[in-house]
Design a binder for this molecule. Structure first.
Ligand code: PLP
Length: 292
C-alpha cells in the first residue's frame, strides 16, 4: 500500500498531513521567497543528506535567509524517516521560507533582518511518472531560458545556483513541454548552450567521458546526483568532466540523461524529435551505480 504523506514541524514533530502550517502572509507563498531541498529516501534514510544540507546552507547564505541550525534540519529529516516504511522509495522535502510578512520581527525581509523563518519537512511517495521514466526514457524539447550562459555569474540577484522556492518558471517550462507532447524541457541559453532541465541535471557520455555542465560559470543548480555520479564515473570505466555543450552536439554523443534526486536517471530518448544514442544497458549500469 502507498504510504500517506508525512509532515513534520519543528517543536511539534509529525502532524496530521492536512495541518495548516503557513499563515496567509508567509513570504514563501506571497513571493516564493524561501529555499528547499528534495532528497531520495531509500532504506528508510535520506540519500546524500549532507550534500543536500550543504547546498541548502549555501542557498540560505545567498538569499540572506536565517536557516535554522543544521542539527534541527537533521532532526526534522530523521523524524520524517522514522515514520516511513523502509522498503518504499520516498521524496523528502525540507522547506524554509522567509516567514510571515507581519510577524513580530518579520517586517524586514532584507538580508540580516531578524524575520523568523517558517520551516517544515514533508515525505511523500516517489511519483509513478518518475519511476516509469527510468525505464522508458524521456522525449525532451529545448526551450530558451532567455539569457546567455554566463549572465548569472555577475548578477547575484538572479540567484544562479540557488534552490529557491520560485519554481513557477520551471513548472511553466514543463507544462509547455507537455503541450508539445514531450516529457520535459532542456533549457538552452541565448548563446546556444544546453544548461539543465527545470528539475534535473543534464549528463552525457562522450568518448568514454561522462560530462555535465559547469554550475559555477553558468548559474545552473549544482546537482547532487550528477556530482555523485561524476565522482564515481570510474566505477563504470569512464572519466568525468564539466563541459559546455550545444543541443546539436548532443545529437552526436554516446548517450544523454537527465538525473535528479527523486527522478534518478532517465535517458533522453529524443531531443526536439530527433533520436539520441540510447543504450539501455548503459542506462541500467548508471541506474544501478546510483542505487535506484
Ligand atoms: N536542476 C534543477 C533546476 C533542479 O530543480 C534539480 C532538482 O530538483 C536538479 C537540477 C537536480 O538536482 P539534484 O540532483 O540535487 O536533485
Amino acid at each position: 500500500m502507498t504510504p500517506a504523506r508525512i509532515v513534520v514541524v519543528p517543536g511539534k514533530g509529525v502532524v496530521p498531513a492536512d495541518t495548516p502550517i503557513l499563515t496567509a502572509d508567509d513570504l514563501g507563498v506571497l513571493r516564493g521567497d524561501g529555499i528547499f531541498e528534495t532528497m531520495h529516501v531509500r532504506g528508510g534514510r535520506p540519500w546524500l543528506l549532507d550534500e543536500h544540507l550543504d547546498r541548502m546552507a549555501r542557498s540560505a547564505a545567498r538569499m540572506g535567509l536565517a536557516l535554522p541550525p543544521r542539527a534541527e534540519l537533521v532532526d526534522l529529516a530523521e523524524q520524517a524517516c522514522a515514520e516511513w516504511p523502509p522498503g518504499v522509495e520516498g521524496a523528502l522535502r525540507l522547506v524554509c521560507t522567509r516567514g510571515p510578512e507581519s510577524g513580530a520581527t518579520g517586517q524586514d525581509p532584507r538580508p540580516g533582518g531578524a524575520a523568523p523563518v517558517t520551516l517544515f519537512a514533508t515525505l511523500s511517495p516517489v511519483g509513478q511518472a518518475s519511476i516509469e521514466a527510468r525505464r522508458v526514457g524521456l522525449a525532451v524539447v529545448t526551450a530558451t531560458l532567455g539569457f546567455a550562459a554566463g549572465a548569472r555569474t555577475d548578477a547575484p540577484w538572479l540567484l544562479g545556483g540557488v534552490k529557491s522556492l520560485s519554481y513557477a518558471v520551471n513548472m511553466a517550462s514543463q507544462r509547455w513541454a507537455a503541450e508539445q507532447g514531450a516529457d520535459d524541457v532542456l533549457w538552452v541559453s541565448s548563446d546556444g548552450y544546453a544548461l539543465e532541465a527545470p528539475t534535473a541535471t543534464l549528463v552525457w557520455l562522450s568518448g568514454g567521458t561522462l560530462c555535465t555542465v559547469p554550475a559555477g560559470t553558468t548559474g545552473i543548480l549544482p546537482g547532487t546526483t550528477a556530482r555523485w555520479l561524476l565522482d564515481h564515473a570510474d566505477r563504470l570505466g569512464w572519466t568525468a568532466a564539466e563541459r559546455m555543450v550545444t543541443p546539436a552536439e548532443l545529437a552526436r554523443v554516446d548517450g544523454a540523461w537527465l538525473v535528479s534526486s527523486v527522478r534518478g536517471v532517465a535517458a533522453i530518448r529524443t531531443l526536439d524529435g530527433a533520436a539520441l544514442a540510447a543504450d539501455p544497458e548503459r542506462t541500467a549500469r548508471i541506474t544501478a551505480l546510483l542505487g535506484y
